[in-house]
Write a protein that binds this ligand. Sequence first.
Ligand SMILES: Nc1ncnc2c1ncn2[C@@H]1O[C@H](COP(=O)(O)OP(=O)(O)OP(=O)(O)O)[C@@H](O)[C@H]1O
Ligand SMILES: [Mg+2]
Length: 262
Amino acid sequence: MSLSLHKTIAVANQKGGVAKTTTAVNLAASLAMAKQDVLLIDLDPQGNATMACNLDKHEVTHTACDVLLDGLSVKEAMVYVPECGITVLPGGADLTAAEVGLLDQIARETRLRIALDKVKNDFNVIIIDCPPSLSMLTINALAAADTVLIPMQCEYYALEGLSALMNSINQIKDLLNPKLEIEGILRTMYDPRSKLTQDVSADLLEHFADKVYKTIIPRNIRLAEAPSYGLPIVYYDKTSRGALAYLALATEFIRAQQKAAA
Ligand SMILES: Nc1ncnc2c1ncn2[C@@H]1O[C@H](COP(=O)(O)OP(=O)(O)OP(=O)(O)O)[C@@H](O)[C@H]1O
Ligand SMILES: [Mg+2]
């Protein structure tokens, strides 16, 4: 790509289990395959993105908590993971402490943004995997990001959850981060045989039209298996439907950046 891209994307949805982590990890690895320098930040105390990238959340030397609370630089805390082709700022249980510890700190909402400013130019894309809440950690991610990528499952109540998320995004935009935009809404774990899925998907397109990615991520067992091998899907099974879908998402993402820059 003949585009000099430096973009920070928060992968967020306060609803649990909608494929935030699966999307953060697999979009990161797919973009790296397309020759982008990618930093993946695990901002979730569950540490799922860390484990999915072949790192042991109990063994890593530093985590995002050290950056948020103790002022450690991102450069010191991050690790390059050759098996995944990306750099990772690990996360783990200590992020729960960060959430509480941040409350009485100066610049508590913008600590991640301040830390990322120093490495932004070293990466084409920085992807932040958020926890399933609108906590101080997610606020830090949204305050640091240029855009938000929202994975969603086309199920009952999904649109209601989405409007709550949009309200929070608008608040952050007004108060902390005026440039924040929606990168895109991604339909995940998609089952085309379900009438409900089709109906929710149609509603989504009606309300959010061009914000919805054309790429749809199908339900695919290989995507669920890959994290237990510590590998993104493109390395675990590159011919699976899940791998092809995330590669297509990376292509759609890159094309959108090229179009925006043209
Ligand atoms: N397309 C898919 N097909 C099948 N399984 C999937 C798919 N996407 C994600 N999963 C599985 O669904 C579960 C939830 O996914 P994931 O952990 O990515 O969601 P999450 O939004 O990050 O969850 P949390 O809110 O707990 O952080 C995981 O077990 C994951 O492996
Ligand atoms: Mg997750």
